[in-house]
Write a protein that binds this ligand. Structure first.
Ligand SMILES: Cc1cc2nc3c(=O)[nH]c(=O)nc-3n(C[C@H](O)[C@H](O)[C@H](O)COP(=O)(O)OP(=O)(O)OC[C@H]3O[C@@H](n4cnc5c(N)ncnc54)[C@H](O)[C@@H]3O)c2cc1C
Length: 532
């Protein structure tokens, strides 16, 4: 019997496990379906896509995408301590203040900024926007590929402003991304929040335990039924079960446990615990598309994984293997009337192609544009009552014409930048890209090639409406003793990469769970919470 049972040791789960066990009188069990983060590739930044379709990946995919040529689109998700933060591209990004203001009371920018700062240990130091001394190392990239510099030169020559801090006063512009690294190696949430507190006697971490369902007594969640290989294990929670399985798996687990639309659950012979009409709906993400070029100069990351660079990485935490691949990028507005950027650029000094599943053979670079405020919505549903079966996922990427317009304009900007300056001179040809610069050809290319930028959210939406899956304290409506804390509760996706937003959300959720924070408190951290 534990006070709290947390399902999922990902970005949110590790933050909660750390913060809740700060009180020695509180006991926490953290369950993780994947294994420990002992694979060296987890810690080697440039190798993140080598983890795709390995034991560290849930290897989800969409069942089909009606607006992207009916393709099955690959959706990697971390299945390991640290969750997706152990396989991600490590860009440290918060999004735009407007993103949080639209989430409403309790979660506005003024209320979230203190949590971003509390989490952060930025090597540039503390200021109005940044924190130092928190658990999460935020660093400037140690590998700055010349191609990424050529991209920045081309983008500024194209008219985009330079930006040295996307998490500062202004989001627009292009620049180097800051990364969640410590000494050149990945700082996942497991590295930053979990390993340092593993020895706390009130924290138990169990890996290789797949949570199959939440155990209910009436409408109260009292524990979790899990499986380790063929062993069934029941863990009971005195106070709460907290689901942190991510945007695909959290709604799946809740539905398997009897929360959802009764007709659908009954069809799968799942006993209904409570009606939750929106569960699994509102799925959205940042779709990404762009172009890949070949070059003759041997300066990209191709071939970087060699003995010499490995030795440099291991001895000094330096060299090209510290690259997070998406080293630079930026935020643009494709229309003048927009109040904030609608497209984010990611530049890779490598042939990042075929959804990252195929290693590009030869030197090259890639530039992609992702849609930051998509209006298309998809869903996660159960295809089977078998808890080990994959959920059915449809994103409906590019269903909404506004998403198409942003992506087409964003890709056009990518093509123009890639033809500019030294970048354009180096290119020996476009390997992947549209047939021409016409809107029609670019749109056709996007539907043919788009991939996820890995930021699914929204499937256990937080809101005031009785239909929203969780309330403003992230408590599941219709149940007691049950919360969801992860990307799935975000009502809308922030304009940017989602790891830091999930962590800040979990930081604030920890204070809510501890009862230290009145909902709607303005900006100030509770007194008992350490500032950093
Ligand atoms: C390839 C990739 C690249 C990315 N790049 C970036 C980036 O550069 N910057 C950025 O900010 N964001 C990036 N992201 C997104 C970011 O990592 C995620 O938004 C964030 O990690 C999500 O956190 P979460 O807590 O919601 O879920 P996760 O971190 O995915 O955690 C969910 C955890 O729950 C576990 N789990 C799930 N179901 C069960 C179950 N039934 N039983 C037990 N355990 C379970 C999982 O194994 C996992 O450990 C990337 C993501 C990916 C996949």
């Amino acid at each position: 019997m534990y006070d709290y049972v947390i399902v999922g040791a990902g970005s949110a789960g590790c933050v909660l496990a750390n913060r809740l066990t700060e009180d020695p009188d509180v006991s926490v069990l953290l369950l993780e379906a994947g294994g420990p983060d002992t694979n060296d590739l987890v810690h080697l930044p440039a190798a993140f896509s080598a983890l795709y379709r390995t034991a560290q990946d849930w290897d989800h995919s969409t069942i089909y995408e009606p607006y992207a040529n009916d393709r099955r689109i690959y959706l990697p998700r971390g299945k390991v301590l640290g969750g997706s933060s152990s396989i991600n591209a490590m860009i440290y990004m918060r999004g735009n203040p407007l993103d949080y203001d639209e989430w409403g009371p309790g979660w506005t920018w003024d209320e979230m900024l203190p949590y971003f700062k509390r989490a952060e240990d930025n090597e540039r130091g503390e200021d109005e926007f940044h924190g130092a001394g928190g658990p999460l190392p935020v660093s400037d990239g140690r590998s700055r590929n010349p191609l990424a510099q050529y991209f920045l030169d081309a983008a500024t020559a194209h008219g985009l402003p330079a930006n040295e801090d996307f998490n500062g006063a202004q989001q627009d512009g292009v620049g180097w991304y800051q990364v969640t690294h410590r000494n050149g190696a990945r700082a996942s949430t497991a590295v930053a929040y979990l390993h340092p507190v593993m020895s706390r006697p009130n924290l138990t971490v169990e890996t290789h335990v797949h949570a199959l369902s939440i155990l209910f007594e009436g409408e109260r969640a009292v524990g979790v039924v899990g499986a380790r290989l063929s062993d069934m294990i029941v863990h009971r929670a005195e106070r709460e079960v907290i689901v942190c399985g991510g945007a695909y798996n959290s709604p799946q687990l809740l539905m398997l446990s009897g929360l959802g639309r009764p007709a659908e659950l009954e069809e799968l012979q799942i006993e209904v615990v409570a009606e939750s009409p929106e569960i699994g709906l509102n799925l959205h993400d940042h779709p990404n598309s762009g172009a890949v070029y070949s070059i003759d100069e041997e300066i990209s990351l191709f071939g970087a994984l060699n003995e010499e660079n490995l030795a440099l990485f291991e001895a000094e935490g330096r060299g090209p293997l510290t690259s997070n691949v998406a080293e630079a990028g930026g935020f643009i507005r494709t229309r003048e009337d927009l109040g904030a950027p609608d497209v984010q650029l990611h530049f890779a000094p490598a042939r990042f192609q075929s959804e990252g599943l195929v290693q590009g053979e030869g030197h090259g670079f890639a530039l992609g544009a992702c849609v930051l405020k998509p209006k298309s919505r998809g869903f996660v549903a159960l295809g089977s009552p078998d808890p080990t079966a994959k959920p059915l996922i449809v994103h409906n990427y590019l269903e909404h014409p506004d998403d198409v317009a942003s992506m087409v304009a964003g890709v056009k900007t990518c093509l123009e930048i890639c033809a500019t300056g030294r970048l354009g001179e180096l290119s020996t040809g476009m390997l992947i890209g549209p047939d021409s610069h016409s809107d029609e050809d670019i749109e056709a290319h996007c539907r043919r090639r788009l991939q996820t930028l890995y930021h699914p959210v929204g499937t256990c939406r937080m809101g005031d409406e009785p239909t929203a899956v969780v309330d403003r304290e992230l408590k599941v409506r219709g149940a007691e003793g049950l919360r969801v804390v992860d990307a799935s509760v975000m009502p809308t996706v922030p304009r940017g990469n989602t790891n830091a937003p999930v962590m800040a959300l979990a930081e604030r959720a920890a204070d809510l769970i501890k009862g230290e924070l009145p909902v709607g408190a303005q900006g100030e951290l509770p007194e008992s919470a350490p500032a950093a």
